[in-house]
Design a protein around this ligand. Structure first.
Ligand code: B12
Length: 214
């Protein structure tokens, strides 16, 4: 099986919620030295896109979304050893979390993993994080960057509130804010006063490196 077929099989088995085939296809991909980045972008990412489309069309329901989340997580566990290991040096400190009202964490976890593998020290607040928790933790650990994740359009207001709460604190002048998630884009980031928007985990890492050096 060539690379494109392997990646298509990964996407397909995730879309079909077939964890056994997914596991085998992932092992096959890793064995054939397909990069983790390609597997996530072209395989798992595409599979999740199909799940979302089927949900929108009413072909999948909440139970399938949950299963897709579980299946994707199993796949990510399998790939963990292939992410570049952490070193003792750090580029800077990042505080990350999914905003209040939003329970999606698969993308946020990939972003956190990629930040770690790019030698950032990462503090993960998890999901459904209220603005005041971001502020409290920022005061406590003084990160260089706060990274917000949001997938639900209804939580856009919470992204705004969180940025405003951080901006009201005296910490904002030394702090950069990056946001990401499928309901956000660069235009929204600028409107809400964030310093950067990350299209995906890899773009997020590049943006974070740029923010640290600017
Ligand atoms: C799996 C899933 C769930 C799972 C989540 C499991 C989990 N632990 O995360 C469960 C079942 C819990 C769920 C619930 C709901 N979901 Co849902 N879900 C999805 C689904 C299918 C996949 C999301 C995902 O994991 N994608 C894969 C990851 C890798 O991609 P990603 O999250 O976009 O992350 C990448 C980038 O966006 C970026 N990124 C993300 N965060 C950040 C942060 C930073 C700082 C940076 C730089 C980058 C970055 O990098 C990531 C990796 O490259 C999407 C559809 C889709 N295709 O997106 C719907 C989707 C997000 N869900 C949706 C909805 C409506 C819901 C529910 C309201 C359904 C309901 N009726 O209850 C609930 C809401 C629950 C809540 N309060 O949060 C809608 C949202 C529509 C909208 N725009 O508002 C979507 C788009 C489905 C759809 N097409 O309608 N969901």
């Amino acid at each position: 099986m060539d690379k494109q077929e392997t990646l298509a099989k990964i996407a397909n088995s995730l879309a079909e919620l077939d964890s056994e085939t997914l596991k085998k296809s992932l092992e096959n991909a890793l064995h054939n030295k397909i990069s983790v980045q390609e597997i996530i972008r072209e395989g798992l990412g595409k599979g999740m896109q199909v799940v979302g489309e089927r949900y929108e069309k009413g072909e999948y329901f909440l139970s399938e979304l949950i299963m897709a989340g579980v299946t994707m997580r199993e796949g990510m566990v399998l790939m963990e050893p292939y992410f570049k290991g952490q070193t003792s040096e750090t580029r800077g400190k990042i505080l990350i979390g999914t905003v209040e009202g939003d329970l999606h964490d698969i993308g946020k976890n990939i972003v956190a993993t990629m930040f770690r593998s790019a030698e950032f020290e990462v503090h993960d607040l998890g999901v459904d994080v209220p603005p005041e928790t971001f502020v409290k933790k920022t005061e406590e650990i003084k990160p260089d960057i706060v990274a917000l994740s949001a997938l639900l359009s209804v939580t856009l207001g919470k992204v705004k509130e969180t940025i405003r709460a951080l901006s009201d604190s005296s910490l904002r002048k030394d702090l950069k804010i990056i946001i990401g998630g499928s309901c956000l884009n660069l235009k929204i980031a600028k409107e809400l006063g964030a310093d950067a928007f990350g299209r995906d985990a890899w773009d997020g890492v590049n943006q974070a490196k740029h923010l640290i050096s600017s």
